[in-house]
Design a protein around this ligand. Structure first.
Ligand SMILES: Nc1ncnc2c1ncn2[C@@H]1O[C@H](COP(=O)(O)OP(=O)(O)OP(=O)(O)O)[C@@H](O)[C@H]1O
Ligand SMILES: [Mg+2]
Length: 243
């Protein structure tokens, strides 16, 4: 469903040219869960930004369902069903949770559906549906609302960058259930950037990115059975698996 063909991203840093991603070739299939892991600074977030259309490659091609999307921007890709969970959901002055979810679902959803979305992410609809999206919401609450918008959007491909960051254990469990629901009920292809063992466990395939390259594509078992003194991704850096 998604292909990166010889994708390279270079930036100009002072007078030097710096290669962030080098000749990436990657093919992802429908209705699978992919977990991308690897060392800090390896290129994971940059890869996801290229996939979303937030950044454009210097060379190479990105193809989605047979269509060349290399030059499409984030909105155009969103229309094709590619969605991204931001670290923080966008905040527009005065926008309420109800309106954000309706925008995401692109319908005047009836209240029952919106409430169900909130319940799915562990928020009491009565308390939250008319809250404004502003600084009065905690980081974890914002994160849950963002995930509810992903559920509402009926995507073909959903991308999450370290979704576990900043949420409590209970919410983390909800997040895992949400991923399963997106995958099993909505048949969404998931691309999740994570170092978390319990997220890696969901993967049909693990993609290790390091030093601007695809280091390997492998099974979760391969990653999870690596010696515990080593990090999960073989990154030799700070990583949840090094315990
Ligand atoms: N615009 C830019 N200019 C210079 N360097 C950049 C730019 N964008 C990204 N980089 C560098 O590219 C490398 C990859 O960054 P990226 O954010 O993709 O890493 P990552 O794998 O997501 O890391 P982390 O695990 O820490 O989130 C980093 O060294 C980063 O500093
Ligand atoms: Mg990153």
């Amino acid at each position: 469903m998604l292909e990166f063909q010889n994708v390279t991203l270079k930036v100009q840093e002072n007078t030097e040219e710096k290669v962030i991603l080098s000749d990436i070739n990657l093919e992802l299939q429908s209705n699978k869960i992919y977990v991308i892991t690897g060392p800090n600074g390896g290129g994971k977030t940059t890869l996801s930004k290229l996939l979303m259309g937030i950044r454009q490659p210097t060379s190479g091609k990105i193809v989605f369902d047979g269509q060349d999307i290399t030059n499409l921007n984030i909105t155009e890709r969103a229309k094709l069903g590619i969605g991204y969970a931001f670290q923080q959901p966008p905040r527009f002055k005065g926008l309420k949770v109800r309106e954000l979810l309706e925008l995401a679902a692109k319908t005047d959803n009836n209240e029952v559906d919106l409430c169900k979305l909130l319940l799915d992410v562990g928020l009491c609809p009565q308390d939250y549906i008319d809250r404004e999206i502003n600084n009065s919401l905690s980081g974890g609450e914002l994160k849950r609302i963002e995930i509810a918008t992903i559920l509402a959007r009926k995507l073909k491909l959903a991308l999450f960058d370290e979704p576990e960051a900043g949420i409590d254990l209970w919410s983390f469990q909800k997040l895992i259930e949400t991923f399963k629901k997106l995958h099993e009920d909505q048949k969404v292809t998931l691309v999740i950037i994570s170092h978390q063992e319990r997220i890696i466990e969901l993967a049909d395939e693990v993609i290790v990115v390091g030093d601007g390259h695809i280091v390997k594509r492998t099974t979760k078992e391969d990653i999870l059975t690596q010696v515990t003194s080593d990090s999960a991704c073989g990154c030799n850096a700070v990583c949840d698996r090094r315990r």
